[in-house]
Design a protein. Structure first.
Length: 326
C-alpha cells in the first residue's frame, strides 16, 4: 500500500477515499446513540449563532467528519508536495494524514479541532513560504488573523501564536515589524470582538476569554494506558523518522531542514496547548495530526526495505482497527 501511494497516480484519489471510510468503519458499525457538535467557543456564540449542535444524526456526523478528513488530506498533500518536503511528490502525506486522523474514536466525529485543522494546514503553507519571500510582513499579518479565527472556534489554537516567532527565528534575521505583524493581525480580529462586547455592555465577559492563558500545565493526567497502546507503532515510526532525518540532515536543502524543525516545534506546541483547556477531550490532539503526518510520511518516503515498512504500516492499521472496535 505504501508503494502505491508513493506515486502521484490519480487512481490514488479513489483509493484514498475508500481508505478514509475503511478507517472509520468502527463508528459506522456501532454508532453512538447521540453526538453533539460544539462548533464555536461560548464567547463566540455570544455574537455568532450557528445552530449545528443537533443538526446531524450520529451516522451523518461521522460521514461528514470523514468527508472533511478526506478534503483536508488532499489539501495537506498538496502543501507538502508544493514545498518539496519529501523526496518526490506522491500521495503518502494524504495516506498518513487519514491514518493519523483515525487513531482514536473522538477523532472520527465532528469537532472544533477538526475544523481548525483547515486553518492549521493553511498556516503551515504560509509558514513554509516565509523563507522564500523577500518580505514576510503581510504573511505574518495574515497568519495572525487566521490564528485569531481559529481561537474563536477553539481557544487552545491561540497558542499557535508562538509559532510566528519560532518560524521567524528559523527563517529570517530579526525585523521588528515582522515580529509585530502577526500579533497585530491577531489583535485586529479581537478588536472587533471587543467592540461588539463593548456595545453590548459585556466587557467583563470579554476579559474572561483570556483567563485560561493563566492555567498551570496539569501535573497529573488520568490515563487508561490500554486506550493508548495504539500509539506504540506510531512512536516506533516517529523514532525511525527522526533517525532518518538525522542521517539526511546535512544532505538536505537548508529550506527542508528548517521546514522540519518548524513542523516539529508545531507538533510540540499543539500538544502543550492542552494546558489552556483543563476539561479537554481527546479530540484536542487532532491538532498534532498535520505536523505529525509530515514526519511519518518522511519515514515512509525514505524507507528502503519494503517488507519492513509495508508490514509496519499494516501493523499500525490493524492496531487502530482493533482498538477502535474493542
Amino acid at each position: 500500500m505504501i508503494n502505491q501511494f508513493r506515486n502521484l497516480n490519480p487512481i490514488n484519489l479513489l483509493l484514498l477515499f475508500a481508505y478514509t471510510f475503511f478507517m472509520r468503519m468502527a463508528i459506522f458499525a456501532d454508532p453512538p446513540a447521540q453526538l453533539n457538535f460544539e462548533f464555536l467557543e461560548p464567547y463566540t456564540k455570544f455574537f455568532i449563532q450557528i445552530p449545528v449542535q443537533n443538526t446531524f444524526s450520529p451516522i451523518g456526523n461521522a460521514f461528514f467528519a470523514a468527508i472533511i478528513i478526506y478534503v483536508q488530506a488532499i489539501l495537506f498533500n498538496r502543501v507538502v508536495n508544493n514545498h518539496g518536503l519529501l523526496n518526490k511528490p506522491g500521495f503518502l502525506p494524504a495516506l498518513l494524514y487519514v491514518t493519523a486522523a483515525g487513531l482514536f474514536m473522538p477523532f472520527l466525529v465532528l469537532s472544533p479541532t477538526l475544523i481548525c485543522n483547515f486553518l492549521l494546514i493553511w498556516i503551515m503553507d504560509k509558514f513554509l513560504k516565509v523563507g522564500k519571500s523577500p518580505n514576510a510582513l503581510m504573511i505574518m499579518f495574515d497568519i495572525g488573523m487566521i490564528i485569531a479565527i481559529g481561537t474563536l472556534i477553539y481557544f487552545p489554537f491561540i497558542v499557535m501564536l508562538v509559532m510566528i516567532w519560532f518560524t521567524l527565528l528559523l527563517y529570517r534575521s530579526f525585523n521588528g515589524r515582522e515580529w509585530m505583524a502577526g500579533l497585530v493581525g491577531f489583535l485586529t480580529i479581537f478588536f472587533f470582538v471587543w467592540v461588539f462586547y463593548y456595545w453590548n455592555d459585556n466587557l467583563s465577559m470579554f476579559y474572561k476569554i483570556w483567563l485560561p492563558l493563566a492555567n498551570k500545565f496539569p501535573s497529573v493526567f488520568k490515563i487508561n494506558y490500554n486506550d493508548y497502546l495504539v500509539l506504540v507503532p506510531v512512536l516506533v515510526m516517529m523514532v525511525l523518522a527522526m533517525i532518518q532525518l538525522r542521517e539526511n540532515f546535512f544532505r538536505s536543502f537548508i529550506s527542508t531542514r528548517k521546514a522540519f524543525q518548524m513542523l516539529f516545534i508545531m507538533f510540540l506546541v499543539a500538544i502543550i496547548s492542552v494546558y489552556t483547556k483543563p476539561d479537554f477531550s481527546l479530540y484536542h490532539f487532532l491538532l498534532c495530526v498535520p505536523p505529525g503526518s509530515v514526519l511519518l510520511a518522511y519515514y515512509f518516503s525514505n524507507a528502503r526495505k519494503r517488507w519492513f515498512y509495508e508490514s509496519l504500516f499494516l501493523i499500525l492499521v490493524f492496531a487502530i482497527q482493533y482498538f477502535l472496535f474493542v
